[in-house]
Write a protein that binds this ligand. Structure first.
Ligand code: KG4
Ligand code: ZN
Length: 409
C-alpha cells in the first residue's frame, strides 16, 4: 500500500513542513493534541506538524457495549467521563510533551452522540483555558477523510467513501475544509447494520466472536461461509443516485434468520448452524451495494471533471473500511474505472485520537478554524459534511455498467 518511492516523497514533503529554529538550534515543529469522544472510543494523541505520532492512548468501550447489546448513550458518557483525563495524560506522557509545548488542541465536536461529544468538548475547553492554547473544533467525518494524508502524500481533489457505525457517505475532498457531498445513507449505516445482524445471530455466544465488534465477527465467520446460499437483493437498483440504504438488507437477513430458526427448531438467541453462510451473504450484499454506488460516484466525477485526469484516487476509510472483503469489492470497481484505491490500515480506520490530531495539524498549517481558548463552542450531534450535491447526482441519473462482483474470500 505504501511503495518505497511514495514513502520517499512523503519524507521530503514532511521535511518541507518542518519549521527551523534559529541558526544552530534543532528544527522545531508545532505540536497538536487531538481528542476524540464522539462515540465509544476515548482517544488522544500528540502529533507534530509533519504527521509523526509522538504519543497516543485509546480506551475502547466496545466490550461493555457488546455485553449490553448496543451503545447506551448514558453508559458511553460515563465511561468517557471516567477515562478522558487518564487517556489524555497517557498520550502526553508517552510523547514526552508538556501542555505548555502544544501549539493547539483539536477535538471532535460533531457529529456523534451528544452525551459523548459533550465530555470531550467540556474537557478540552477547560484544558485550553487552563493552558491558554488555541482550540480547533473537528468534524469527525472530515478527520476520517483526511487520515490517509498523514500516511502518504495524497493531493486534493480525491473521492472518498466513508463507512462506519454511524455513517455512509461519498464525497469529493477538494481541500481540508472543502467537500462536495455526492451521497449518504437514507436510513442506517453499514456498521450499524452489521452490528445488528451480529446481535440478532447472537454471535457474542460464538467461541471465536465473543470480543469482536459485529462487523469483525461477520467478516471472520464469512471466511468459511457460502455467500450464494442466501441470495439477498442489493437495494436501490432503480435509484440512479449515490445514496445508500441498508435497512432493507437487514430486513431480508432477519426474515431469513427467522425462517432458519423455525426450520432448525431453535429459539431466538441460539446459534444457527448456517451462521457462516448468513454472514457471508450479508457481507457480500453490503459490499456490492457500496461498490455499485461508488461506481456511479466515480462516473459522475469523471463526467463533471471533479477528479484529476492523472492518478485519480478513491480513499476508503471509517471502521467498516477495515473489512478486507469490502476493500476487495472496491478494488474491482477502481480497477474497472482506472482509479487508485487507498485505504489507511485498520487501526486508523476505526475511531482514534490520531486522526483528530492530524485534522488539527492540517487546519493549523492552513490557519483554518483556529479559535482562541475563551470562545464557547457547542457540540452538534448531526452535522452534514460539505456542500450537498446529491440532487445534481440524482438529476444526472447515470446508469452504471454491470460489473461482476466475483470477490475472492
Ligand atoms: O469508525 P468507527 O470506529 O466508529 C464510528 O464512527 O462509527 O466504526 C465502528 C464500526 C462498527 O459498526 C463496527 O462493527 C465496524 O465499524 N467494523 C467493521 C469491521 N471492524 C469494525 N465492519 C466490518 N468489518 C470489519 N472488520
Ligand atoms: Zn468514526
Amino acid at each position: 500500500m505504501f511503495p518505497t518511492n511514495a514513502r520517499h516523497v512523503h519524507r521530503l514533503l514532511k521535511f518541507r513542513h518542518t519549521v527551523w529554529g534559529p541558526v544552530g538550534t534543532a528544527p522545531c515543529s508545532r505540536l497538536v493534541l487531538g481528542i476524540e469522544t464522539s462515540c465509544d472510543e476515548t482517544g488522544a494523541a500528540v502529533l507534530d506538524e509533519t504527521g509523526d505520532i509522538l504519543g497516543e492512548a485509546l480506551h475502547s468501550q466496545k466490550e461493555v457495549h457488546l455485553r449490553t447489546g448496543g451503545i447506551i448513550p448514558t453508559v458511553a458518557q460515563q465511561l468517557h467521563r471516567e477515562n478522558i483525563q487518564r487517556v489524555v495524560q497517557e498520550a502526553l506522557e508517552r510523547s514526552n510533551v508538556e501542555p505548555s509545548q502544544l501549539s493547539a488542541v483539536a477535538t471532535t465536536v460533531k457529529p456523534g452522540l451528544g452525551l459523548s461529544l459533550g465530555i470531550g468538548l467540556e474537557f478540552s475547553q477547560r484544558f485550553v483555558r487552563q493552558h491558554d492554547k488555541p482550540f480547533i473544533p473537528i468534524h469527525h467525518m472530515e478527520a476520517h477523510a483526511l487520515t490517509v494524508r498523514m500516511l502518504q502524500p495524497v493531493a486534493f481533489p480525491f473521492l472518498v467513501l466513508l463507512v462506519s457505525g454511524g455513517h455512509s457517505l461519498l464525497a469529493v475532498a477538494r481541500g481540508v475544509d472543502d467537500f462536495l457531498l455526492l451521497g449518504h445513507t437514507l436510513d442506517e449505516a453499514p456498521g450499524d447494520t452489521l452490528d445488528k445482524v451480529a446481535r440478532r445471530l447472537s454471535l457474542i455466544k460464538h467461541p471465536q466472536c465473543s470480543t469482536l465488534s459485529g462487523g469483525q465477527a461477520i467478516e471472520l465467520l464469512a471466511k468459511d461461509g457460502d455467500r450464494t446460499r442466501f441470495p439477498f437483493k442489493t437495494p436501490m437498483g432503480r435509484m440512479y443516485d449515490c445514496c445508500f440504504s441498508f435497512a432493507g438488507i437487514r430486513n431480508q437477513v432477519t426474515m431469513t434468520i427467522i425462517k432458519k430458526e423455525k426450520e432448525e427448531g431453535v429459539e431466538q438467541g441460539a446459534l444457527l448452524s448456517c451462521v457462516n453462510d448468513i454472514a457471508a451473504a450479508t457481507q457480500h450484499t453490503v459490499a456490492s451495494h457500496l461498490a455499485k454506488r461508488t461506481h456511479r460516484a466515480i462516473m459522475f466525477c469523471k463526467a463533471a471533471g471533479l477528479l484529476p485526469p492523472d492518478n485519480p484516487t478513491l480513499v476508503l476509510s471509517g471502521g467498516v473500511a477495515s473489512n478486507q472483503y469490502i476493500r476487495k469489492a472496491l478494488t474491482i470497481i477502481t480497477e474497472a474505472t482506472g482509479l487508485h484505491l487507498l485505504c489507511p490500515p485498520a487501526k486508523f480506520c476505526t475511531d482514534n485520537g490520531v486522526m483528530i490530531a492530524w485534522n488539527g495539524v492540517e487546519r493549523l498549517r492552513e490557519g483554518k478554524g483556529i479559535l482562541p481558548p475563551n470562545v464557547d463552542v457547542f457540540y452538534e450531534p448531526k452535522a452534514p459534511l460539505g456542500v450537498d450535491m446529491t440532487a445534481e447526482v440524482k438529476a444526472a441519473a447515470i446508469k452504471v455498467p454491470s460489473v461482476k462482483m466475483k470477490i475472492p474470500n
